[in-house]
Design a protein around this ligand. Sequence first.
Ligand code: GLV
Ligand code: MG
Length: 356
Amino acid sequence: MPSSKSAKDFFRPLAVGAPTPPTEIPARPSRAIHFFDPSNEKMAAKIPQMVGTVDVLLGNLEDAVKADNKEAAREGLVKIASETDFGPTQLWTRINSLDSPWVLDDLTRLVPAIGHKLDVIMVPKVQGAEDIHYVDRLLAQLEAKAGLEKPILVHAILETARGVANVEEICGASPRMQGLSLGPADLAADRRMKTTRVGGGHPGYLVRQDPVHEQPDAHRAIFQQDLWHYTIARMVDACATHGIYPYYGPFGDIADVVACEDQFRNAFLLGCVGTWSLHPKQIAIANKVFSPSVEDIKHARRVVAAMGDGTGAVMLDGKMEDDASLKQCLVMVELAEQLAAIDPELKKQYDAIEVD
Ligand code: GLV
Ligand code: MG
């Protein structure tokens, strides 16, 4: 929180008549944030049928939308949002970057027209708290003018070196902050990494087993490393510190479903709550990976049952469980409850678990 601002002011609207900023960001399931291009009529026509099949639908206005189509994408999103009942599915948008000629029109057009339907606005290429402050005030002005009752939340993409350096201040820059996504493609370019991919690993980034003594030609195993581990870990810590949610981002090799699942799972294990989906087949991968497995929930419930009042230590299957492992299990159990509330198939699986 900036020291020049009183703690009390932090939760006052930034424009007269704007909704009160939230003090907590609810944990709404968002395993897959499915990107669509609202200027692509074929893609847009499928959106109403996708409601209820994915946690978040995101109308993308930024990269991957051609400059000539920016206006059509914006208008396409207004049309889809106005005509569709999203039910339990969240509607997000990714606006153009703050240094682009399109972003001001994105915000001034979308907020009055469909602000009551937009849950979250994703802001790309965020560099520091100043970018969030700019969006925060502008949103408050537009919300006040439009008479909105619920504040629109803000999500930042971490995809510049300066953004990573400022990750904590970005997360704490506004009570509207909902979360962060990793943007591995832009981040790689900005850092001058020597990769040419959209997310995922690289076969050259590895460690090799030591040479075998006196056998110079013996096989030495190699282990590919995760290029994104450092950034995801920083992102998770910054988000947890500020009570908001971290997400993996795009995995561009749509055909490589195996590596996609691995990358998503690494992010899940490190603390992320979801990821982007660039193709319908990535929705299924994300829903599977970002939902705790039946085995994990079974184990977690056993620990919860065995730990009684939550203090002390017990032995289960030869392993020590204590207050801290109980807290980990509670994270899983709570997540399972939130997901079961919106996913009847998953609820059936969790309900069928018998704890022995
Ligand atoms: C996403 O926007 C990325 O640059 O990876
Ligand atoms: Mg990007």
